[in-house]
Design a protein around this ligand. Structure first.
Ligand code: FE2
Length: 239
């Protein structure tokens, strides 16, 4: 668990979500898709009963810096500046949109920084939603009002929202819900407000603070069968 001081330090450097258009070349996208197709993939927490998504997990922190990753590291430094490092990453293929969650990590005491999401493959553009709220007491999925509360294999299933930073305790915007987030019961979005809706399109990069709550938009209503993307997790180098 973080101390109040550690949380303040993290929140002090919070910035609005940054959306960069056309920063990932077709070659780079092809390179990453090749890597994904050619590599061993796992269903995370399968032993615990998880049914997906399918991911290729690479952690420079655990596995050491592998040569294939160097262009990705350079891209991240271009996007974020060089005083940060990548500690983990996942190339994922999902057939169902993610629900509201944060990307916090507390197993190691990293000074968590930004998530960089690189959309890699999708049949047509979809959206990605970030909220004005954040949660810094561990990785969570937001399940207020669910009965039963679904099991979550890595993230904690959060039903009490009182520790969410910037929590409003007001009902979620109905139009936003219908337009982008109809895969989530509206009650589970209670107390949240939308920061940004950005396009999830290959070539672009979505950059947000790891504690910030975010969600995919409901691409099933757009008749999209799957999407492949790359989530890259960084920590701040204080030196
Ligand atoms: Fe995420």
């Amino acid at each position: 668990m973080r101390t109040l001081e550690e949380k303040e330090k993290i929140l002090d450097r919070y910035k609005p979500t940054h959306y960069k258009v056309g920063v990932v070349s077709k070659e780079m996208i092809g390179y990453l898709l090749d890597k994904f197709r050619g590599s061993e993939k796992i269903i995370k927490y399968k032993e615990a009963g998880s049914k997906g998504p399918v991911v290729m997990n690479y952690s420079p922190d655990r596995e050491g810096m592998k040569p294939w990753f160097e262009p990705v590291q350079d891209l991240v430094w271009d996007l974020l500046g060089s005083n940060c490092y990548v500690w983990g990453s996942n190339i994922f293929r999902v057939e169902k949109p993610h629900i509201a969650h944060n990307d916090d990590y507390t197993e190691k005491n990293y000074p968590i920084y930004k998530t960089v999401v690189l959309p890699l493959e999708i049949s047509k553009p979809t959206n990605f939603v970030t909220f004005d709220q954040a949660y810094l007491d561990g990785p969570v999925k937001l399940f207020r009002g669910y009965d039963p509360v679904p099991e979550s294999y890595y993230n904690k299933s959060l039903t009490d929202y009182s520790d969410i930073i910037n929590y409003t305790d007001k009902p979620f915007d109905k139009e936003m819900h219908e337009k982008y987030l109809s895969h989530i019961p509206i009650e589970a979005l209670h107390g949240l407000t939308v920061e940004k809706v950005v396009s999830w399109t290959p070539g672009n990069a979505i950059i947000f603070d790891m504690g910030r709550i975010h969600s995919a938009s409901n691409f099933i209503t757009q008749d999209i069968k799957y999407k492949i993307g790359y989530s890259i997790f960084t920590a701040k180098d204080y030196n």
